[in-house]
Ligand binder design. Structure first.
Ligand SMILES: Nc1ncnc2c1ncn2[C@@H]1O[C@H](COP(=O)(O)OP(=O)(O)O)[C@@H](O)[C@H]1O
Ligand SMILES: [Mg+2]
Length: 347
């Protein structure tokens, strides 16, 4: 159900990184809006800035200078104004992330059950606390009440693993991450992400490492969880087939910018940016020879072409494209595109 006030509104996000070869602008002026209950897809080739956008929302970028401008509104709060403590309360509690690589997101030295139990307990503590985060006290498991809380969370962990359809959950809780298959680990990670009852899940290519059958199962699971628990999802992927199946709305990213955005049907039936068209064409052709590739080279983020960054690869390119900076303009109902060239004319 889509309501009028956004759950998340990213405004003019700018992210820069200092690298050995110079400073690069990984994200340049990104706007992204997600309404409650909506599944928004963020697509684009590798290196286009999808993960950096996701990490910016959670404020977990590691390389300076990082976010240099913009606003990230979550309900009525700009996340960029929050203290690290307030932000850690948001992370995992209100906004959770499911990443591409479940192994690196799980802790190898704790069992699956322990990790999920602790996430549930943590979320309880955070939810309970009306006071300063500094007074969040750890649960004393040597008191009777503490033991009861631990037992309750452990039982909940088994229940949550059953919900993500992990087989034999009461046995799996005793296993360590390395004892599980990739698909099972992704299920555990999904359960972990939901432990805090977040209302936004950021899924960054969560099925990329999995085989097709397991991918489909994880996607159905995400869809189910959205339906039953009513959260929103930012779904990052380079797989347009998945996006078409799962998402309500799609934003297309190229060289750190959103170049087109529309509802899912509109974007596939009536793409307006030549880059979106190329992505769709590449996906359609991939079913025949298994190669998703757009002609030309992915741009060097340290030396972006002037004007429209896509012009060196663009079949519709006209002279002005190399000099004029295109703006994201309304091109149809709920449809925006950065390309203004139609039939060889800049309109
Ligand atoms: N921590 C970092 N330090 C320097 N450059 C980075 C860092 N993270 C990402 N980048 C660069 O930012 C650009 C966008 O990366 P990313 O968001 O990971 O792309 P993708 O769309 O594949 O997720 C790339 O050019 C990448 O090399
Ligand atoms: Mg990425």
């Amino acid at each position: 159900m889509v309501t009028d006030s956004p759950l998340l509104a990213v405004r003019n996000l700018q992210v820069r990184f200092e690298t050995l070869r110079g400073e690069l602008q990984a994200v340049n002026g990104v706007d992204l809006t997600i309404y409650p209950g909506q599944i928004v897809g963020l697509i684009g080739e590798s290196g286009s800035g999808k993960s950096v956008t996701a990490k910016s929302i959670l404020n977990v970028l590691s390389t300076p200078p990082g976010i240099t401008a913009g606003e990230i509104w979550y309900r009525e709060r700009n996340l960029l104004d929050l203290s690290p403590r307030e932000m850690s309360k948001i992370r995992g509690q209100s906004i959770a992330m499911v990443s591409q690589d479940p192994m690196s997101s799980l802790n190898p030295v704790f069992t699956v059950g322990e990790q999920l139990r602790d996430a549930l307990l943590w979320s309880e503590i955070v939810q309970d606390s009306t006071s300063e985060p500094s007074s969040w006290n750890l649960i004393d498991r040597f008191t009777r009440a503490g033991r009861r809380r631990f037992r309750r969370a452990s039982a909940q962990a088994v229940e949550d693993l059953r919900q993500v359809e992990l087989p034999a959950p009461h046995q799996q809780v005793k296993n360590y991450p390395h004892q599980l298959s990739g698909g099972m680990r992704q299920r555990v990670l999904t359960a972990l992400a939901w432990a805090g009852q977040p209302d936004l899940i950021i899924a960054d290519e969560p099925t990329t490492a999995l085989d097709v059958t397991i991918q489909a199962q994880i996607l159905m699971l995400l869809q189910d969880l959205v339906k039953t628990r009513g959260a929103s999802i930012l779904y990052i992927s380079h797989d347009l087939g998945v996006v078409a199946q799962l998402c309500d709305r799609v934003a297309v990213m190229y060289a750190g910018e959103i170049v087109e955005e529309a509802d899912v049907r509109e974007i596939f039936e009536n793409p307006r940016h030549p880059y979106t068209e190329a992505l769709i064409r590449a996906t359609t052709m991939a079913s025949e020879d298994d190669l998703v590739e757009i002609p030309g080279e992915v741009p060097n983020m340290l030396a972006l072409p002037s004007g429209c960054h896509f012009w060196p690869r663009c079949p519709m390119m006209i002279e002005r494209c190399a000099s004029d900076t295109p703006l994201l303009a309304v091109v149809g109902p709920n449809h925006k595109s950065k390309c203004a060239v139609i039939h060889g004319e800049w309109v």
